[in-house]
Design a protein around this ligand. Structure first.
Ligand SMILES: NC(=O)c1ccc[n+]([C@@H]2O[C@H](COP(=O)([O-])OP(=O)(O)OC[C@H]3O[C@@H](n4cnc5c(N)ncnc54)[C@H](OP(=O)(O)O)[C@@H]3O)[C@@H](O)[C@H]2O)c1
Length: 317
């Protein structure tokens, strides 16, 4: 008998609440895995979909990107995972009315390669902070103290780059603990001159802007223009290119499709699993557990609207 699934549903576009109700249990296709969810994290994109109605076009809908859980069932072509494995994965709410890939449910279908085994000692609520951050940061070099930025700093440092991180002063030690060699106060009005001076005698390979608004991109374009080196910025927001100045190239990585490129297997399996097993990759930013069960999804999203600093809101499930 198929397991009984249930989900936190958004019943209509821009609805203010999620409602927990039954959901279909979906068997995996050949290259998919079904997990039983043990923890989920809340991301700004969940808030954005709920508040503005972007991405999703069919309701009722299920949101949620970051999941950790136990493998329930594996597709016929899967060799590296088996039922009972502890994993994290990137869930993917998408248009079209199919919500088996969304995260806020008891049984989630994950697509290869966006799944990684986690060590037995890892807590579900810690491990679930990583998937969207790591997958988004994977395409691009470096950044600051946000969720995506925390992953970007760790990836860039692991790749051997000397990383300069931008964060508020209170988070400088945190960003250094992720591998940044130097940190800079993102609110310093003189930040461009300070960073250009710090880059003297170094070759800059580019920048990663995990915030990607006009102000942050303006600073980076000025820095890259004045410091020489490669004038390239990886950004996260659609339309970020419009903020390019001084012939700096801004590439937007929105809703990255790492599953369709060679980056996916490289990050999720070649890098992520050994890095988690050895402890080289930290579960950062730290999880703040704000509820237990899918009935607390709305409470967690509401808390995110109040703003967070160097942490990620998670629920045990
Ligand atoms: N393209 C994609 O596929 C994709 C995927 C995931 C996320 N995103 C987007 O990326 C953005 C970040 O997401 P997230 O989950 O990483 O956010 P988050 O963790 O909620 O971001 C909060 C953090 O941003 C930092 N911050 C704010 N302004 C900053 C600045 N000017 N310079 C440096 N740090 C600054 C804050 O640091 P302080 O407290 O130190 O000020 C805070 O810790 C969101 O807009 C999200 O929608 C896009």
């Amino acid at each position: 008998m198929a397991p009984q699934n249930f989900a936190a549903w958004l019943m209509k576009k821009q609805d203010a609440i999620h409602v927990v109700n039954d959901a279909p249990y979906n068997k995996p296709e050949a290259d998919e895995i079904v997990i039983q969810t043990k923890a989920v994290a809340i991301n700004p994109v969940d808030l954005a979909i709920q508040n503005t109605g972007i991405i999703i076009d069919t309701y009722p809908a299920i949101l949620g990107c970051d999941v950790a859980g136990v493998v329930e069932e594996v597709g016929s072509s899967i060799k590296d995972f088996q039922s009972g494995d502890r994993v994290i994965g990137l869930a993917q709410p998408a248009p079209g009315g199919i919500y088996k890939y969304s995260g806020f449910q008891q049984y989630v279908v994950l697509k290869m390669p966006l799944i990684a085994q986690i060590p037995n000692a890892a807590k579900w609520t810690d491990a679930t902070v990583l998937p969207l951050g790591i997958d988004t940061a994977a395409l691009l070099p470096f950044s600051e103290g946000s969720s995506v930025g925390s992953c970007g700093v760790q990836l860039a440092a692991a790749a051997g780059y000397e990383v300069f991180g931008f964060a508020s002063t209170k988070n400088h030690d945190f960003v250094k603990s992720l591998g940044a060699a130097q940190t800079f106060d993102h609110s310093d009005p003189n930040i461009v001159n300070v960073i250009v001076a710090a880059l003297k005698d170094r070759t800059c390979v580019g920048a990663f802007d995990a915030i990607s608004n006009e102000k942050t991109l303006g600073v980076l374009c000025d820095v890259l223009h004045q410091s020489g080196g490669r004038k390239a910025v990886g950004a996260l927001a659609p339309g970020a290119k419009a903020f390019a100045t001084h012939d700096v190239s801004i590439t937007t990585n929105f809703a990255a499709r790492n599953s369709e490129t060679a980056v996916g297997p490289q990050i999720w399996h070649v890098y992520l699993e050994p890095a988690l097993a050895s402890g080289a990759l930290q579960y950062k930013p730290s999880a703040e557990i704000v509820g237990h069960g899918l009935q607390d999804v709305q409470k967690a999203i509401n808390l995110l609207t109040q703003g967070i600093s160097a942490k990620k809101l998670v629920l045990s499930v």
